[in-house]
Design a protein around this ligand. Sequence first.
Ligand code: SF4
Length: 387
Amino acid sequence: MPEQTATAASLYVHVPFCAHKCEYCAFYSEVPNGDLMNRYVDALVREMGMVAGDLRPRTIFFGGGTPSLLNLRQWEEVFRAMEALGLPGAEEFTVECNPATVSADKAKLLRDHGVNRISMGVQSLDESLLERLGRVHSREMVFKSFDILRRAGFDNVNLDLMFAIPGQSMAAWRSTLDEVTAMQSEHLSCYEVIYEEDTPLFHQLQAGRFSVDEDLACDMHDELAARAAEAGFHQYEIANFARHSGGRMADAPSMACRHNVNYWRGGSFYGLGPGATSYIRALRTKNWPNTQLYCAEIESGKRAIESSEELPPLRRAGETAAFGLRMNAGWPFEEFRRVTDFDLREGWRREMDDLAGRGWGRRDATRFQLTPLGMRFADAAAEEFLR
Ligand code: SF4
């Protein structure tokens, strides 16, 4: 039976507030004000109550936006509601933090309520590049916040980085990589800057204020892969690296983000909060990406759903194939069949042969995976699998 029929084991919560909009960001977020944040927390708690009966979360992820902007009282309200609804006890409970909004009190409160993983948006340790990106934090705040998190008992911390930032030299990237790997976090997520429409960075690019150097971006990615490996990380997805302990490694290292692995492996999940997407039993829904509207809908007893789409099984299987190829382990054929009820060897034989012929893919008796060359063109390779 496909996994999608089971009760959802993953919960994502979108916290839609940011102190300042970063220059590259196209996520839905707004500048916080106290009343709206309180109203949002009340609505979120009500929305949790609407889905709790269909949810046994093994992974929980509070992302944003900036979840660490919620104050202690607001976090307490969220945790009280989760406890009353029987939602704690996840194996992995991640909260995204901005280095400017981490305090010892908040870190302790999160840790005391079962949060066991922090994802911190560092992006760069170069002050001028942080400013270029419109980040609200300084490099010193990164070190200070990391120290606070360690003292509060967090032994699973991800650091987010960006490369190919306009104006970033290879020397600046190496320096950030040196300093970040010396911090000895358990996980790294490293993304090349992308130029989303309607962001200030996109408009600056359009206006010719800088140009994109693809060769440098490729070299930076190679440098990242080499330095991360030297520092003891295992790459398990295009942009994700984690440490491993405990013997033989299966498809991902032991400190991989299980929440994201569930996405890449086609699992079900509930997404709560403005703009969040859910995928439950072949139905994809998206909440209104507007906090006032989201709150008003929830207050009137509805789920705040802007759109929903029932995915035909073959289309969903194609998307699942495409997503899973982002992982270095690719797709074990049997696992793909268990998740989707389709067999890659039958429905996607031509695509796999074609990618193998180009040197982008590799196939053996048990699985198909992208080669390092194929990983560079993963989006184009994945597109071939869509139906
Ligand atoms: S902190 Fe994150 S979500 Fe908020 S504006 Fe910056 S990149 Fe976007």
